[in-house]
Design a protein around this ligand. Sequence first.
Ligand code: PLP
Length: 377
Amino acid sequence: MSDTPKQQRAGAVLTIDLDALTSNWRLYADKARGSNAKAGAVIKASAYGLDVARVAPALHLAGCDTFFVATIDEAIQIRNILGKIDQANPSIHVFYGLMDGCERDFSQYDLIPVLNTLGEVEAWRAFCGGLGTSLPCDIHIDTGMSRLGLDEHELQKFITNMDQYIGLNINTIMSHLACAETPEHIENKRQLERFTTALSKINFTQASLANSSGAFLGPNYHFDLIRPGVALYGANPTPDKPNPMKQVVRLQGKVLQVRAIDTPRGVGYGSTFEASQGTRIATLAMGYADGYPRSLSNVGEVYFGEHKAPIVGRVSMDLITIDVTDIPAHIVHVGQLADVIGPLNPIDDVADKAGTIGYELLTQLGSRYDRKYTGGN
Ligand SMILES: *Cc1c(COP(=O)(O)O)cnc(C)c1O
C-alpha cells in the first residue's frame, strides 16, 4: 500500500499563515517606529501554540531581533533554532527570571534573565562578579499586577542602595499592564505613572511596558520597546473595535459521516440535544482532545463556506456533531472540511462563545492535526 498523505489521514487540518503573522508583526514595528520605539515579539508557550520552530524564524527574517519567552528551556530552544539563521544575533529574554542554579544557562546560551526579585538581582550580580564580566539582565518592576517583579519596597531598596549594584548591566526595565485591553481603565494610567517614576531613578538601556493591547493605548505607553504576543497570532488587541490584525489560524474539521434523522432522537453524550424528524446531522473528526473546548457543546458553530452549521449535542473527545439541515446536501459530504476556526468564526469569536479567551484557545490547539504552514519566505 502506498503512503496516505497526511491530510487524508487527519481528522482536521490546521493552517497557519506565516505571511499574516509577519504582517501583524510589521504593523507593531511601524506603530513603534512612529514613537521612536521598536517591536519585539513574545513567543512563549511555543509561540502561543503555533510552533515556535516555524514562528521564530519567520519573525526573525521579518526583522524582529528581540524575543520574550517564559521558561529557560523555551529560550534555549529558540537560541538553537535561530542559531541556524544567518543574521544578527537576536536577544532572548526569559520572563521566569533567574531560577536557583540556572545562572550558567544564561551565560552559555546568551540569554537575558528578567530578574523579578532583589534576591535574583543579588544572585546575578554575584554570578557576573565571579565571571569578571557584567552580562546583561532585565529588571521587572511590579507597577500594579501583583504577580511578578520588584514590589514597591524592593524597588525602593534597590533605588536607595544603587551604589551596591554598580556594574549591574541592565538591558531592559520592564513592567506589565493588567488592564490594557480596557483603554479607559484607570489602572493603565496608574501603572504608566509608577513606571515612569521608577525609570527616572535607574540606569538602563531600554524600557518596555506595552503588550499587544498596551501598544494601542498611545505612544506614551511605547517607551523603547513594545512586547506584542497574542495579536501577532491574530487575536484582536482592541476588543471594542474592529480587529486590525490579520487572521493567522484556520482550523478545519473533516466530515466523517452524515445522517438523516427519521424519528426524533438524542444526539451525543447525555442526549442534551433532541433532533427532530428531518434533521441532518454531520459528524466532524475532532473533539476536545484536539483542544476544541467542550464548553462549546450546543453553543459553537462551524462554517461550510458561508453556510453556518450549529454544534448540537456535546463535544466529545474526538467528535463534534453539527446540524446541517439547512445546508444544501451537495455541500456537506464525507471528507468535506468545515471551518471550525475560520474567516467567519475567528479565534476571538470562538473563544468568546466558549467562555474563554483567544490565548487559551490558541495554546490548547492539539497535536493530531495535519498542520500546514503557508507563506513566510
Ligand atoms: C505574555 C506577556 C506579554 C505578551 O502579552 P500579549 O497580551 O499576548 O500581547 C508581554 N509581557 C509579559 C510580561 C507577558 O507575560
